[in-house]
Every structure is written in C-alpha cells, then in structure tokens.
Design a protein around this ligand. Structure first.
Ligand code: GLA
Length: 688
C-alpha cells in the first residue's frame, strides 16, 4: 500500500481496452474536444436564434444536437415534408462555424401518426394503451412505426447527408425510456416469432420455461402471450425472455434507422445511451452497432458524494466503448426538473462534473440543453443559457467552462486504462429483479455501487465487463452481484482464474443459469468449483439483523451456510445462525485465486475486503480522500487529471504542465479545494 501524503507519479496501468488502436478522429481531421448540447430552436421565435448563436460563439460551443423532437415540423402530414426550419438553422449554425449532430426525430411521432395508427401506441403490462401528449409512447414492434421511422430517417439523410455542417448522426433519443416492454398485439406477435427462432420447437420452449410447473404447458404457439400482469408471480423464464426480446426489438428499430441513414450519409452514427440508469436495454449488444458510444448522465442530486455515481457512469460508458473515446451527449449545467428535489449545482460543481467525464474518456462534453425552455414539461430544467440570461453567474460559469474545454484538445484520442474490472450483466439484473427472491433486501445495484465506491476511494480506476467478454488483460475481476451466469460466462470466468486472475465474488452470485433455472446440485452451481465451496442453505437476515465476523466486521442482509470443499475460511461467523461457519473464503484454482464474501459488508469492512483482494493480486492503490485522479494515456503523451471534490487542498505528487491554468505544477503543489487540473506529465519519449 502507498502513502497518500506524497503520492508518487501515478503508475500508468493500461488495461486490455486501452491498448487497442487509438481512435481520436471520430470526426475526421478535427481533433478538438466537443462542447455544446441539445438545441431546440423550434421552441423559440426566429429572432432568438441569432441571439443563441451569438451566445454559443461566446461560450465556445462547437457542436449542437438538433431535430430530436422535430418530426411534426418536418412531416406535418403523412408523406408531406417541409425542411424549411432545418435548412435555415443548419445554414445559420454552419455560417457560425458550429457543427451539427443531426437527430432523427423518431422518439416523438406526431399526433397525426397516432390518429392514423392508434394501435401503434405502447400498452403497459396492466393493459393500458399510453396516451399522446408526452413522448416515447410508441410500440417498438409496430410495423407502421418502423416504416414511418425508416422513411423520415432516410429523407433526412438524403437531404443533409452531404452537408458540411453535419458531422454526426443522432438516431432517436434514449432508447428504452420511457418504454421498453410493450404489451400491444404487434409486440406479442413479434415475441412469438422471436421465441420460435430461439427455441425452434414448442417442446424446446416448454423445456426452457419449465412449463410443467403450475400446469403452464403450451400446445400451440398462439397460446403464448407476453407476460402481462397476472394473478401472482409469472413464469420467470417467460419474463426474462420478454425482457430480452424487448431490448432486441428496440435494437432492431435503431438498426433500421441507422441503415437508412447510412445509405445516404458517411458521418458517424450514434444514439444516446443511459449507461447505468436505463435498466431495460442490454447495451453490450448495442455498443458494437454505433460508430461512437454516446451517453447521457444526470447527477442523483440529493445523494451524498454523487460525483462517484458520475464516475461510475463514465467508466461504464468507456467500457461500452471498449476503451475508445466517447461522447457525453447530455448532462446538466445545474438542476434537472424530474427528481423529487431538484438541487442546484454549487459554483464549480458543473466544471468538476464536466471535467470528470473528460478525465474518464469523454472527447465531447455536451449538455441538455443550450437554452432553457419557457414552455412544456421541462421549463424548470437548467441549461447553458439560463432563464436569467447572460448577466447570470451560471452563464459566466458556462463561458469559463468553454475556455477550459478548449484548452484540452491534446486529450483527444487518449485512453484511460484499468487493470481491475467489475462484472456487469443486464440479463442477470433482469432475472434477479423478478418476483419471489429469497430476500427483498437483495439489491444488485447497491452492491455494485458499494464495491465501485470502495475502489474509487482507493484511487483504483475500474472497467465494467460482461462476464463472457475477454478478461485476459485484467488482474482482478469483482463480481459483486452476478445472480445469473450462463454457461459461456461460467467457462470464461473459470478460464480467467485458472490462467492466474483473481476473482472476488459477493453473495447471491452464480445462482441460476440462462433460463433462471437452479443448478443440478448445490448452489452456487456455476461457481462451485472455482470458489471451492458449496452452499448448504441461504440464510437471509431479518430487516435490522446483523452478524459478526471473526475479523470484527459486521454483515447485514445475508449469510450462507457454507461447506468448504477446497477453499479456506479467511473469516468465520462468530454469531447468528451460521456461527462457526465460513464467512469470507479464498480458494486457489489453477494459477489464480477466487474469493467469496457471503454477507453484505459496508464502509471500512468492505474496504478491508476489497483492499485484501487487491493486495493478493498485487494491484497498487492509494486512498484518494476527496481528490479523484485519473490518467489519460496517448502513448507519447500522458495526462494526470485531478478533481478535488472537497474543500481542502490535496492530491500532491504530480509534476508537469497544467493545461487548464497554463502553469507548471510541482510535485509538492496541492490542488486547491474544489479545483481541477489536467497535468501533462513527462514521458520518456516526450521528455517534457
Ligand atoms: C433526457 C432526454 C432529454 C431531456 C433530459 C432532461 O436525458 O434525453 O431530452 O428530457 O433527459 O434531463
């Protein structure tokens, strides 16, 4: 362990994702960090547009996303097109040197569309068709919607595919929200087709879904329905397949539009993900379908240390991008309008937030939105140009941030490396969230957050990985919540450990395989050999019950009755039903090591477990206090980015040129409370 008083120059540890080829020029030939956001000029009279552009220039805005909700303006009646509005605003932006990220408007079909095709509306699990007056209420499987969406995307690409201002395509908006699963007729029909492809025969489906339970056996494909609200718990395999199908139905919509755009346009095409906040789409499947990964992130404003949530989102996005640069498509300058209490950002907080995304791999820092709205549901949402206008503190901060971003162009294309990974599988989360689990206190989100936070507090940058992905470049894989492990993932994890990796698994992992079925033999079926133990019985705890471990640590939520088959007990329970039995275990498997923790540890107890795992794997770490430190590496140039989230100076030990202030930083210079620096450090090749 290192001494945090004078942290040496951070070790450069490039993980497997970072060593792939650099891809800095996602907009060919323009190596600048992008700054800007969603721009909705259609909500304003024409004269405001000139004012907007003047202000954008003042703030250094160089990329705006337009057209996201403009379908009815572009196609006021079915088959009747009018591009006047887009023609004009694109020309104005182009003349001002501001590039355009042009959206397909398909997240908000017009009123005429629903009047003509009322059955295209999404239907809830309870059977309620959604009403017009909001957005995103369409069924992804509606053939009419798919045809109309493809057509408008194609028209846009034909018209603007060659326009020099258009540098990026933004398909749809935030797939998966507010609707992923729709229970309309078209979805049910498409679900049956999807099932026939997956299982081939009804016998295969009956076997996979275990339909002999409660007499659910199907004799005809037409008998199969979406898993709508029923009398009590619905077949878990049916629900899990419907979740898979629904995510894929949205992905088909994306592909349809992307391919329509690609026929006429050569610019990169993307869609904005919600990497850690949209639970219902499997973004591992989506990540390879976009030319550059883009993400939206909003602070959980009321939460203490919400900047750790932000870092987690950024690390997840970089992982989806397989280490390549990514776009922060949306975040907020201050409060949003949709949380229970919409807390404003403090002076300096927007800057720290934006630069943390950049530190963790974003090559574009964009906001929702450029000008605060006056009408509609989002009028209380902050924006780059606030209601208070250009004399406001917020505007001054926006202009200052634009200058900061403009000073960071050297970062373009550099990579963030990690030797530690956290397993993340949406399918496992969907399965765990179904009905009737052994305890309502089992919470995969909470466990992943807790493990991530422990790593963050020790200055360890982590990637997220699908458990079946290439793990060979990582030293440590944490699996804080991996309830469902399918056969390829189990095999992959086994190979990772036997080849010398260190695995650390938390409770209620490896419990079921692909169809939510329990193993033959004891839990944790998929991990029995690698962990070297079997679970005789789950021992969930009462609401406020805790158990004590021989190390003095306290656990809550969960315990197991463990029999060691191969592993050794690192600590045992000293009270509770499992008193005298193993609590934390370690097993040698091939050339590697596998740890298991069978209860919910918090705070210093979890820190001890996590650092014990890191120590055993030889991964260095240093308690970071409030100063977040990340390295972006460009081969011949390296940057240490430090963000001080506290109010005291900290984070010494870095030496080089600060791109933001333009001054030299000495190893003994602390970073002031609330401040950020981006230090170009000497490398052997640069000599600077
Ligand atoms: C989402 C949407 C935007 C806007 C913001 C508000 O991210 O994509 O259109 O509604 O939320 O925070």
């Amino acid at each position: 362990m290192q001494d945090s008083a004078l942290t040496p120059q951070p070790e450069i540890t490039l993980g497997p994702q970072a060593t792939r080829e650099h891809a800095g020029d996602w907009i060919p030939g323009r190596r600048v960090i992008r700054f800007g956001g969603d721009y909705n000029p259609e909500q304003w009279p024409r004269e405001v547009w000139d004012e907007d552009i003047r202000l954008m220039k003042e703030a250094g805005v160089n990329l705006v996303s337009i057209g996201i909700f403009s379908w009815v303006l572009l196609e006021p009646e079915e088959g009747v097109y009018d591009f006047t509005f887009l023609d004009e605003i694109i020309e104005l932006l182009h003349a001002a040197g501001i590039d355009v990220d042009l959206a397909t408007p398909t997240a908000a079909p017009p009123a005429w569309f629903y009047r003509t095709y009322p059955h295209a509306r999404a239907v809830t699990r309870e059977g309620v068709p959604l009403g017009f007056g909001s957005r995103g209420i369409v069924s992804p499987s509606s053939p009419e919607y798919r045809r109309a969406a493809r057509e408008i995307a194609s028209r846009l690409a034909q018209r603007y595919g060659a326009h020099p201002a258009v540098v990026l395509w933004h398909v749809h908006n935030e797939y998966g929200t507010p609707v992923t699963e729709s229970y309309d007729d078209a979805s049910v029909a498409a679900f049956r087709t999807w099932l026939a492809r997956r299982y081939d025969t009804l016998d295969g489906l009956n076997e996979a879904w275990g339909t002999n339970f409660w007499g659910q056996r199907y004799g005809q494909w037409e008998e199969i329905d979406a898993p709508r609200q029923s009398g009590t718990a619905t077949n878990p395999a049916q629900r899990l397949d419907f979740a898979r199908f629904s995510s894929e139905a949205l992905l088909e919509c994306y592909r349809l539009e992307r391919d329509a755009v690609r026929e006429h346009a050569r610019q990169p095409i993307t869609t904005n993900f919600m990497a850690i906040t949209c639970p219902s789409v499997d973004l591992w499947q989506w990540a390879d379908e976009v030319d550059i990964v883009a993400n939206d992130h909003y602070l959980v404003a009321e939460k203490d240390k919400n900047h750790i949530h932000l870092s987690r989102s950024a690390d997840m996005t970089r992982s989806l991008a397989r280490g390549k640069p990514w776009i922060l498509m949306e975040h907020s300058t201050s409060a949003v309008n949709w949380q229970p209490r919409n807390i404003a950002k403090q002076p300096g907080e927007m800057r720290r937030n934006s630069l943390t995304h950049a530190a963790r791999g974003a090559d574009a820092v964009l906001f929702f939105q450029i000008r605060a709205g006056r009408k509609g549901a989002e009028k209380f949402h902050s924006a780059l140009i606030p209601q208070a206008g250009e004399t406001s503190r917020k505007w001054a901060e926006a202009v200052a941030l634009g200058k900061d971003i403009a000073a960071l162009d050297e970062l373009v294309g550099t990579r963030v490396g990690a030797r530690v990974a956290i397993a993340w599988d949406w399918v496992s989360f969907w399965a765990q969230d179904l009905d009737w689990r052994p305890s309502v206190d089992l919470d995969h989100r909470e466990r992943i957050e807790a493990f991530y936070a422990a790593l963050w507090h020790h200055g360890v940058t982590a990637d997220f990985v699908h458990p079946a992905a290439d793990l060979s470049g990582y030293d440590v894989l944490f699996a804080p919540a991996l309830y469902l492990i399918d056969d390829p993932s189990a095999e992959n994890i086994r190979r990772f450990v036997s080849d010398g990796g260190t695995l650390a698994v938390s409770y209620f992992s490896g419990i079921v395989s692909a169809n939510d079925d329990a193993p033959v033999g004891a839990y944790p079926g998929q991990l029995r050999d690698v962990l070297g133990l079997v679970i005789e019985e789950f021992l969930p705890l009462r609401a406020d019950e805790t158990v004590t471990l021989s190390s003095g640590a306290r656990g809550r939520v969960w315990s197991d009755d463990i029999t060691l088959t191969q592993a050794e007990a690192v600590t045992t329970y000293t009270d509770g039903v499992a008193a005298g039995r193993a609590a934390v275990t370690r097993n040698s498997f091939g050339r590697g090591t596998a740890w298991y923790v069978s209860t919910c540890l918090d705070g210093a107890d979890l820190d001890d477990f996590v650092t014990g795992v890191l120590d055993s794997a030889g991964v260095s770490y240093a308690p970071s206090g409030d100063v977040e430190t990340v390295v972006r590496d460009g081969g011949d140039r390296r940057f240490v980015i430090q963000i001080n989230h506290g109010d005291q100076p900290g984070g010494v030990g870095v030496e080089g040129r600060d791109l933001l202030s333009g001054t030299r930083v000495d190893a003994r210079d602390p970073l002031a409370g609330g401040d950020v620096r981006v230090v170009a450090i000497a490398t052997q090749s640069s000599g600077s």
